[in-house]
Design a protein around this ligand. Structure first.
Ligand code: FAD
Length: 407
């Protein structure tokens, strides 16, 4: 396909990733269909909406942290246009996050992480206990100290997915409320998908954005399926009633070795998160997990005692073997992956959408290996091709196989 020629793009999964891609692809002039039984209600609904490249910088994940920094910078423009096209606010707050420690060993762990983050050039400034409490008066008196994470922002993730659905509709994206059971391929690459109803939809490009279920689609050879797994997480939504002081700042705390965060919203609610559990596809709410989360949150902000508990949600993060996203072309022409965003899918959505939209417009992957996801392509996990598996190329280095995606 030549750049700018409309393509039939089928997006499997309408979470923040699939919806962002669908919207940007439609803006670029493509004819787009999103297939999902309940768009926006997977991990993207459970998330807290932190855009946290600094708070989420972990030892050994330098390349991912660089990607996350680039991602947070993409958010203001993305939010501005999304608000304009959808007509609704997404409540992006670019104010920085307070990192606080509850006991001396939490403080020591916080200091180690601060040192590491500074070696990556990230803005993190040490704050005394008194400075932390001046910034957020509701913090517990026993807080030992912490830091100001200047580049960690937040957005209301639920408003984001609702706004994306509106923006997609206004750009003519078709929504099909069903699930994809199979991706179909022919000698030249993908041909479409088969739905749960057995109906077939034709498409020249299929984007797999099915979150933690992206590795379970039928019709594809095993070595092309992305190695994503579900990582369970629980968030709580609390609200300050009349006469109860509301939280001012996003607070990320270390509480006797466990991490906990509180994200205030303009409507005086607070998102408290999050558990991290490897329990397969289980989404049940366990009393112990809710109790632990509330205990930790109250150690940080004792007055939460007076808040109303309004919502409990579990979600399954799409985890990958190296905790980084899997975005790019596969060895099957026309088949793109956009999954594995794990802890940072809200943060990475604008950058992912931009990258995938660019791939739709480049016939032979001329620009592959250059964009922000060059190191995060599917090929880094693709196993060697077995003979007789159809129109599949071998894995290439640099994150992208040179297939003809945008036919
Ligand atoms: C508790 C928790 C807190 C989090 N907090 C943050 C945070 O603060 N900041 C941040 O950046 N990230 C956060 N994350 C991570 C973030 O939510 C995810 O990385 C992101 O939502 C992934 O988006 P997605 O679109 O890939 O997946 P999802 O939102 O899960 O969407 C996938 C969609 O695919 C659909 N689907 C699945 N299979 C099929 C199929 N066969 N056919 C059709 N559709 C299908 C599902 O119905 C679903 O709607 C959090 C996650 C959790 C669970």
């Amino acid at each position: 396909m030549s750049p700018g020629t409309p393509t039939d793009v089928l997006v499997v999964g309408g979470g923040v990733i699939g919806l962002s891609i669908a919207w940007k692809a439609a803006v670029a002039g493509h004819a787009v269909t999103v297939v999902d039984t309940r768009p926006g209600h997977g991990a993207s609904w459970a998330a807290a909406g932190m855009l946290a490249p600094v708070g989420e910088a972990h030892f050994g994940e330098d390349a991912l942290t660089a990607l996350n920094i680039e991602a947070v910078r993409a958010w203001p423009a993305f939010a501005r246009v999304l608000e304009h096209e959808s007509g609704m606010a997404v409540d992006l707050v670019a104010e920085g996050t307070l990192l606080v420690a509850v006991d001396p060993s939490d403080l020591a762990a916080t200091d180690d992480l601060l040192d590491y983050r500074r070696t990556l050039g990230l803005s993190a400034h040490r704050r005394s206990a008194r400075e932390c409490r001046a910034a957020e008066p509701l913090l517990a008196p026993g807080i030992r100290g912490g830091a100001e994470l200047v580049d960690d922002h937040q957005v209301d993730n639920r408003r984001v997915v609702e706004a994306l659905i509106l923006a997609c509709r206004s750009r003519g994206v078709t929504f099909v409320e069903d699930e994809v059971v199979e991706v179909t391929t022919g000698t030249d690459g993908v041909t479409g998908v088969v739905l749960g109803t057995a109906e077939a939809l034709a498409g020249t490009v299929v984007v797999v954005a099915a979150g933690c279920r992206s590795g379970q689609l039928g019709g594809l050879p095993e070595h092309v399926l992305p190695p994503v797994r579900p990582v369970k997480g629980l968030t709580l939504r609390l609200r300050a009633g009349d006469g109860v002081a509301g939280l001012r700042r996003t607070v990320r705390g270390l509480v006797h070795g466990r991490s906990c965060y509180l994200v205030p919203r303009p409507d005086r609610s607070v998102v408290v998160g999050a558990t991290v559990e490897e329990k397969g596809f289980d989404t049940t709410v366990q009393v112990g997990a809710v109790g632990d989360l509330l205990d930790d949150a109250r150690r940080l902000i004792p007055s939460l005692e007076e808040y109303e508990l309004v919502d409990i949600t579990t979600g399954l993060r799409p985890g990958s073997p190296d905790n980084a996203p899997i975005v790019g072309r596969t060895g099957i022409a026309g088949l793109l992956m956009a999954t594995g965003h794990f802890r940072n899918g809200i943060l990475l959505a604008p950058l992912t959408a931009q990258a995938v939209a660019a791939m739709l417009d480049s016939r032979h992957g001329e620009h592959d290996g250059q964009g922000p996801f060059a190191r995060f392509g599917p090929a880094r996990f693709a196993s060697p091709v077995r003979s007789g598996t159809g129109p599949v190329d071998g894995p290439s280095t640099g994150g992208a196989a040179p297939s003809d995606v945008g036919r």
